[in-house]
Design a protein around this ligand. Structure first.
Ligand SMILES: Cc1cc2nc3c(=O)[nH]c(=O)nc-3n(C[C@H](O)[C@H](O)[C@H](O)COP(=O)(O)O)c2cc1C
Length: 183
């Protein structure tokens, strides 16, 4: 019998006290069995992350969730710093770098812009799938399967009921392990 799936949520918000969307989303999954939420702003030291610890933690999980507010068409600086420091040659990629092979990468993000703005010819010009290509390439380089992202659009205008329904979707996604691969 195979052991139950374990999920590590890397919550990357530089100012969680000021967050509405990502706080609600994180609260929705924090008590799920097999799910660990790791607040990177707490895990981070003055000069960055304890690389050995972060790498050791990753080994114990089947799914890694990157949860973050969408900043400048990308991940916030704290998540970029985590990636730069933790996804090292020989661990995540390159010769002997197979520690993450076979794991699933799930992106969960919130945007200020509405869904319609992320279309060709729209305010933000490109789709989220196009803009997430660096994460797609990262998952591929690390031998991970990229799941279909969960994107909460229109963070500023989202009403409480819609936010609650996204939180419920997120919860059932992680609870049911319904991670759907895109590739
Ligand atoms: C520095 C910064 C950059 C941002 N860049 C974008 C962006 O490129 N596209 C977008 O749709 N929203 C952008 N936003 C809006 C955030 O995505 C939005 O405020 C966030 O998802 C709300 O989540 P929260 O309530 O958890 O903070 C940006 C916000 C900040 C503070």
């Amino acid at each position: 019998m195979s052991s139950p799936s374990r999920t590590l949520v890397l919550l990357a918000h530089p100012d969680l006290a000021d967050s509405r969307v990502n706080r609600v989303l994180a609260d929705a999954v924090g008590d799920l069995e097999g799910v660990t939420v790791r607040d990177l702003s707490v895990a981070r030291f003055r000069d960055g992350f304890d690389v050995a610890l972060e790498q050791h933690l990753l080994l114990g999980y089947d799914t890694v969730v990157l949860q973050f507010p969408w900043y400048w068409y990308s991940v916030p600086g704290i998540l970029k710093e985590w990636m730069d420091q933790v996804l090292t040659h020989g661990f995540a990629y390159g010769s002997g770098g197979d520690a993450l092979h076979g794991k699933t990468l799930q992106v969960v993000t919130s945007t200020g812009g509405p869904d319609a703005s992320y279309q060709p010819g729209g305010y933000n010009r490109f789709t989220m799938v196009e803009l997430m290509r660096p994460l797609d390439a990262t998952a591929h380089l690390c031998g991970m399967t990229l799941a279909e992202p969960l994107v909460v659009h229109g963070a500023r205008t989202l009403d409480d009921a819609t936010l609650a329904s996204y939180a419920e979707r997120y919860r059932s996604l992680l609870a049911g392990d319904e991670l759907r691969a895109t590739a």
